[in-house]
Design a protein around this ligand. Structure first.
Ligand SMILES: Cc1ncc(COP(=O)(O)O)c(C=O)c1O
Length: 455
């Protein structure tokens, strides 16, 4: 079918365009745990699309809600106007959020949600008379989307190096990946909580706490290869942020909506940040949508600082709370709750953990890390060709084994829809195991660039 398709015009995002177009990998439909390709193959989805289709593909309730909404109210502005679904979607989101985070700012994706949260943090300090708090602290190897704010606090060299100095005043904590001490950890690694102390000992000592607005972290760093926080690390960050009146933002674009067996990583880890950024699973990815969950006191600071009848926060998007996205979010959250999907993920996690760690000892496997329904399998790189080994495994899984995996650098990242069955977990991991066992030491596809770490 795609023989006749013109692939010239679409400049594909985060893609080796020339490689893809030389032999396109085309998905034409999806249902539940599977995609179907243009050549009629059923592909087991080991990645929930891009960490987002948590309830499985084309869930009938979500599809129907979108269909109905499109016919009833296609679009209404949320600038100085409103429509009920946007408010209902906010309430639905709050119904699964940690206590106290009950104000919702809507946008269209994770990147916009990151930029929105950073702007809320900066403006919050300003409306409270602390205008000197302008610094934003992220982490090395963080991925916070592709907006200028997100790449400033992000820590992926490839995503930053072409775009100049980005935001002034952003700085970074070290990441917590420590294979030497924590290789093959099951769940949270033992070592590395002390890395959080860098916030105080290095960054606050350097910049002074009175200049820092917020610390932003992904509870699990997903896009740079599933870096699980060491035991105690996130608690330590929370304590330090409290101590110095710095806002703590969790970017839960990946960890939200059940990935760890709880609605958010915040509940899983038992730590309440001041804001949670979410997107992806918010609508089960059926319509783009992002959101920032904000602690009520932060929201109220804006309400009480602005004069009556004036706009309290000069920020928003034409499609903030778009009717189709709102309808999809209400339906998706209802599906997650009514089908017990978060609990299902929690109960499947031990089987998942066992299954992924069975790959230990296979050729090139140098680390396996997991939590909830996510795992990273780090491979030894082809010397001088970072990324080439994992990319080859990805291609062979797709063409030879009919399974979709995701790779970032030389790390395989798996995050299946939460509806995955045990037999499908077995199928996914057997496919990867087979491919690893028959890997050439220098694979055929060995042209990946050194900066191939991407989302
Ligand atoms: C933690 C995190 N933040 C932000 C984003 C960006 O989201 P989007 O691609 O929807 O802009 C992603 C995307 O993978 C992510 O993983």
């Amino acid at each position: 079918m795609t023989n006749t398709l013109n692939t010239e015009h679409f400049w594909m995002p985060f893609t080796a365009n020339r490689q893809f177009k030389s032999r396109p990998r085309m998905l034409v439909s999806a249902s539940g745990m599977h995609y179907t390709t243009d050549d009629g193959r059923r592909i087991l989805d080991g990645t929930a699309g891009l960490w987002c289709v948590n309830a499985g593909h084309c869930h009938p309730k979500i599809t129907e809600a979108i269909r109905r909404q499109a016919a009833e109210l296609d679009y209404a502005p949320t600038f100085q106007m409103g429509h009920p679904k946007a408010f209902e979607a906010a309430s639905a989101l709050v119904s699964i959020a940690p206590e106290g985070l009950d104000r919702v700012f809507f946008c269209n994706d994770g990147s916009e949600a990151v930029d929105s949260a950073l702007k809320i943090a900066l403006a919050y300090h300003q409306v409270r008379g602390n205008g000197s708090r302008t610094r934003l602290i992220g982490r090395e190897r963080a991925y916070h989307g592709v907006g200028f704010g997100g790449i400033a606090v992000g820590g992926m060299a490839g995503n930053r190096k072409h775009f100049g100095p980005t935001l002034a005043g952003a700085d970074h904590l070290r990441h917590t990946l420590d294979i030497a001490r924590n290789a093959f950890s099951r769940g949270q690694p033992e070592h590395g909580a002390e890395i959080a102390d860098e916030l105080e000992q290095r960054l606050l000592a350097l910049h002074d706490p009175s200049t820092v607005a917020a610390v932003i972290v992904e509870p699990i760093q997903g896009s740079t290869g599933v870096i699980i926080p060491p035991k105690g690390y996130l608690q330590r960050l929370r304590t330090l942020c409290d101590q110095y009146s710095i806002l703590l933002i969790f970017d839960e674009v990946i960890t939200g909506f059940g990935r760890l067996g709880a609605p958010f990583g915040s509940q899983y880890f038992g730590i309440t940040p001041d804001m949670i950024i979410c997107a992806k699973g918010l609508t089960n990815a059926a319509v783009p949508m992002g959101a920032v969950l904000v602690r009520r006191e932060i929201h109220d600071a804006f309400m009480s600082a602005a004069p009556e009848n004036s706009i309290e926060f000069y920020h928003g998007y034409t499609y903030s709370g778009h009717p189709l996205a709102a309808a999809a979010a209400i339906a998706a959250i209802d599906v997650y709750k009514s089908k017990g999907m978060f609990e299902r993920a929690a109960s499947m996690a031990p089987y998942w953990e066992e299954a992924v760690h069975n790959l230990r000892g296979l050729p090139y496997v140098k680390d396996i890390r997991n939590l909830g329904m996510v795992c990273g399998i780090e491979l030894d790189p082809v010397p001088g060709k970072p990324g080439a080994r994992a990319f080859d495994v990805f291609l062979r899984c797709f063409w030879e084994k009919n399974v979709l995996i995701r790779t970032t650098g030389d790390i395989i990242a798996l995050s299946p829809p939460l509806i995955i069955e045990r037999t499908q977990i077995d199928q996914l991991l057997e496919a990867i195991a087979d491919v690893l066992k028959s890997q050439k030491s220098v694979p055929d596809t060995h042209s990946m660039a050194a900066d191939s770490i991407a989302v």
